[in-house]
Design a protein around this ligand. Structure first.
Ligand SMILES: *[C@@H]1O[C@H](CO)[C@@H](O)[C@H](O)[C@H]1NC(C)=O
Ligand SMILES: *[C@@H]1O[C@H](CO)[C@@H](O)[C@H](O)[C@H]1NC(C)=O
Ligand SMILES: *[C@@H]1O[C@H](CO)[C@@H](O)[C@H](O)[C@H]1NC(C)=O
Ligand SMILES: *[C@@H]1O[C@H](CO)[C@@H](O)[C@H](O)[C@H]1NC(C)=O
Ligand SMILES: CC(=O)N[C@H]1CO[C@H](CO)[C@@H](O)[C@@H]1O
Length: 745
């Protein structure tokens, strides 16, 4: 749950409630198996001089389609049972970045950026198995050196989670959804591996404005004034960009960036799959370098999430949609009625009332624009990555009653996972459906919830005391029936190339939590002399590997807004994460040959997860029609800027995900009369919508909408639809549809 909202919260909890009530029934049903080099200049073919700085590494990039079922599956993120897919705005991807040591193939790492809500244990296990199955050349990749991060998009198919709580709103685990993410991620790694070549890395930072604000300022203000005074902003505005250049001709093969803003630009009532604002930024970047003399074919742009916890892309602030025109309450985010349901964050284009589409594009565009101008200036401004050391560590840690010292020597402990009452209140990115208010540290004012939380499981006395001052709503860490609800065992992982250290966070760290974690790693790296004379550069990426909700500072935890209530392992979660990272940091030293002990294995629920989604029964075309027939033709002519619609006799897209392919396309007529594809599912402007019109007879329609714009050339076009139908008995069969021609003027 990301972001939620109550979204997560409320809807999630409501679903938990429903699910609890039906659990007894369910239980009887099937378990569905249910050293710095000096800058040098090398001549380029086009007679420019480009700086090639720093040491040589092996570098590789790759991209794979991970678009699972786009209809009839709940989206991951808002945890709203109602948010079920009806189509596709933009395919989602895994983007893989590999860095290796020249001459020592063992020393390398893979950083994955998935257009998903988070990294996850089930997905990670699948990726590890899939990479191992690629053969012995891939034995250099494994548990320690593959980082599985999510962009935190809230508009992709869910149902791939390892643990029960996030499965609840999706009615369990879905093999097809899971497999799509795993297969696309493995493919992206394979492509990155096959592209490995010698090259250089350098980085820069820039400020991005208008793409994030703080959504829990009241909690942030609980941090010490002296600490806050060190920062100009109450969220991090810096975007860090790492450029991958190949040595052969100094063309860029990719960029990997980190910047914090929630993937909640698309609202909780959007039902078209997309990669949210990070997906837009990556798409725009990749489009912008096509054909550029400085970028190689197959260029990949990764927009990774950073300390995202208390940030929101709804940068105009949170207002009450109750006619009052008021901002939501500063401390609790409630409106005049004392409830949070009508409190909504406003994106830059909120007045368009288009479910967040325009705001999403704009927040993505702002990240792209900042990253692109930084990229364009790198030759004169960048800092090279130097030093041959490439290392990584990974281990599992059980967070149940983990004891460790704070820096003043006081021994504290973490707790089994639990969610507090404000989890159910959600955030201004998705307000709660029930009467919970943020910052609630007492009993909820809705008795239903008290019943539900008691029904679920009363926390043990030790857990209640451990989690203070969080009032426990969902004691998920002490619930393992029918299987674990939330992770108690987390992944601790850090990657390193030269002076760059990448903290791979299992949680959404808040702004200040990320700052503390990074600066602790930086000063430890300095005192261990890990990076020689180069100043350590520390970034934080996540949520990754397993989804452990949030990590706020202890001071923010005392406030118990949504993010504090969602900090699973109690008040000392963040200091524990820092302890666990720092304890293993010596393994990243240049001469280190040791690895931390692997720790306890988390449960693998892939084979025993519940699943209550139903499969496709059949598709049929109405009498007198055929699959792919265009029953609603475009008009003869459109002005640029208009939306072109075509309606087809459809079939369920779950019959064939068409990974690496497309459901929809726009073709332009060439001078020789042939047709050339100019838009596909990859494009933001082309939208695929599927509607079941008769579930008994299996009829459905597909509408393909093309939002044309000034950038589109005048000419003659047509719309294509690619589908696959499932007869009641027999094999799934592919078909295609073609609209009539139309002109764009
Ligand atoms: C979608 O949700 C937003 C609030 O997040 C609301 O303002 C808007 O009216 C909703 N749109 C529709 C079509 O339901
Ligand atoms: C982390 O805590 C453990 C005890 O659980 C302690 O032995 C270790 O020194 C701590 N590490 C750091 C870097 O503080
Ligand atoms: C150490 O710091 C923690 C957190 O700030 C505080 O609760 C504790 O009282 C301190 N211990 C001592 C001995 O000062
Ligand atoms: C075009 O299709 C979209 C669905 O993608 C629909 O919302 C819209 O109303 C349609 N427009 C027209 C003019 O039919
Ligand atoms: C830096 C920044 O954008 N801060 C914003 C934090 O959130 C408050 C509203 O809660 C805004 O007023 C600030 O501008």
């Amino acid at each position: 749950m990301a972001s939620s909202r109550v979204g997560q919260g409320a809807a999630g909890v409501r679903a938990v409630a429903l699910s609890t009530l039906t659990f007894f029934l369910l239980a009887t049903l099937t378990f569905a198996q249910l050293g710095a080099a000096s800058p040098r200049f090398e001549p380029r073919g086009d007679h420019q001089q480009r700086a090639a700085k720093g040491d040589k590494y092996l570098v590789g990039v790759g991209k794979g389609d991970i678009t699972g079922p786009v209809v009839e599956i709940n989206f991951a993120g808002y945890a709203s049972t109602d948010q079920v897919g009806t189509g596709l705005r933009q395919r989602i991807y895994s983007r893989a970045f590999i860095v290796g040591e020249v001459g020592n193939p063992k020393n390398r790492f893979v950083y994955l950026v998935l257009d998903t809500q988070a990294g996850d244990t089930a997905v990670r296990n699948g990726i590890l198995e899939g990479v191992a199955a690629l053969g012995s050349a891939y034995s250099v990749y494994g548990k320690a050196n593959i980082a599985v991060t999510g962009t935190h998009s809230h508009s992709g198919p869910g149902a791939w989670f390892n643990y029960l709580l996030p499965q609840v709103t999706s009615l369990g685990f879905n093999q097809q959804s899971y497999q799509a993410v795993v297969d696309g991620a493995v493919l992206s790694i394979k492509r990155a591996h096959e592209s490995l070549q010698e090259g250089y890395l350098d980085f820069g930072t820039t400020k991005i404005t208008g793409a994030n604000i703080n959504r829990s300022l009241y909690a942030y203000l609980a941090n010490p004034a002296a600490e806050r005074a060190q920062y100009a902003d109450d969220v991090d505005k810096d975007l860090t960009l790492l450029r991958f250049q190949r040595a052969s001709d100094l063309k860029s093969i990719g960029v990997l960036t980190w910047f914090p803003t929630h993937g909640t630009s698309m609202l909780g009532n959007n039902t078209h799959v997309s990669g949210d604002n990070k997906g837009v930024a990556a798409y725009l970047f990749e489009q912008s370098v096509k054909g550029s003399s400085q970028a190689a074919d197959g260029f990949v742009a990764g927009f990774s999430q950073a300390n995202v916890g208390d940030t929101t892309p709804n940068v105009l602030g949170a207002y009450c949609d109750d006619g009052s025109g008021q901002m939501c309450n500063f401390e609790t985010s409630v409106c005049g009625d004392g409830k949070s349901q009508s409190c909504h964050g406003r994106g830059p284009e909120f007045q368009k009332l288009d479910l967040g589409v325009s705001s999403c594009f704009e927040v993505g565009r702002r990240q792209f624009a900042g990253a692109k101008s930084l990229y364009d200036s790198l030759d004169s401004t960048s800092t090279p990555i130097v030093g041959s050391t490439i290392k990584s560590f990974h281990y599992f840690q059980d967070m149940q009653y983990f004891k460790f010292p704070l820096s003043n020597g006081t021994i504290v402990q973490t707790c089994p996972a639990a969610l507090g009452y404000s989890f159910a209140a959600g955030t201004s990115d998705g307000p709660g459906a029930f009467d919970f208010t943020q910052g609630d540290s007492g009993a909820p004012n809705n008795p239903l919830w008290q019943v539900v939380s008691g029904l679920l499981r009363a926390p043990s006395a030790a857990q209640t005391a451990c989690q203070e001052p969080k009032p426990v709503l969902l004691d998920v860490g002490e619930m393992s029936t029918p299987y674990a609800w939330s992770p108690n065992i987390i992944d601790v992982q850090t990657l390193r190339v030269g002076q760059l250290l990448i903290i791979v966070s299992p949680a959404e760290a808040s702004t200040m939590a990320g700052r503390r974690w990074r600066s602790a790693v930086k000063s430890a790296a300095s005192s261990l002399s890990l990076t020689g004379t180069a100043e350590p550069l520390v970034v934080l990426g996540g949520p990754a590997n397993t989804y452990s909700h949030y990590a706020v500072t202890p001071e923010e935890y005392t406030i118990q807004r949504y993010e504090g209530a969602s900090t699973l392992y109690g008040m000392w979660t963040l200091p524990a994460f820092i302890n666990l990272t720092l304890s293993a940091l010596p393994h990243l030293a240049p001469g280190a040959t040791t690895a931390p002990s692997p720790g306890p294995s988390p449960p693998d629920n892939r084979k025993n997860s519940l699943s209550f989604q139903t499969g496709v029964v059949l598709d049929a075309a109405p009498i007198g029609q055929s699959f792919g027939q265009c029953t609603g033709q475009p008009k003869a002519q459109y002005a640029r800027g208009a939306v072109v619609n075509a309606t087809f006799v459809g079939a369920n897209p779950r019959n064939n995900l068409r990974l690496e392919g497309t459901f929809a396309a726009v073709e332009r007529k060439e001078e020789n009369g042939g047709w050339k594809r100019v838009r596909s599912d990859e494009d933001w402007s082309l939208i695929y919508t599927w509607t079941r019109t008769n579930s008994v007879l299996g009829h459905s329609v597909v509408i393909i909408s093309w939002e044309t714009g000034a950038q589109d050339a005048a000419g003659t076009y047509r719309i294509k639809y690619y589908g696959d139908s499932k007869p009641f008995i027999g094999n799934i069969k592919a078909f295609e549809g073609t609209s009539g021609e139309f002109t764009l003027v």
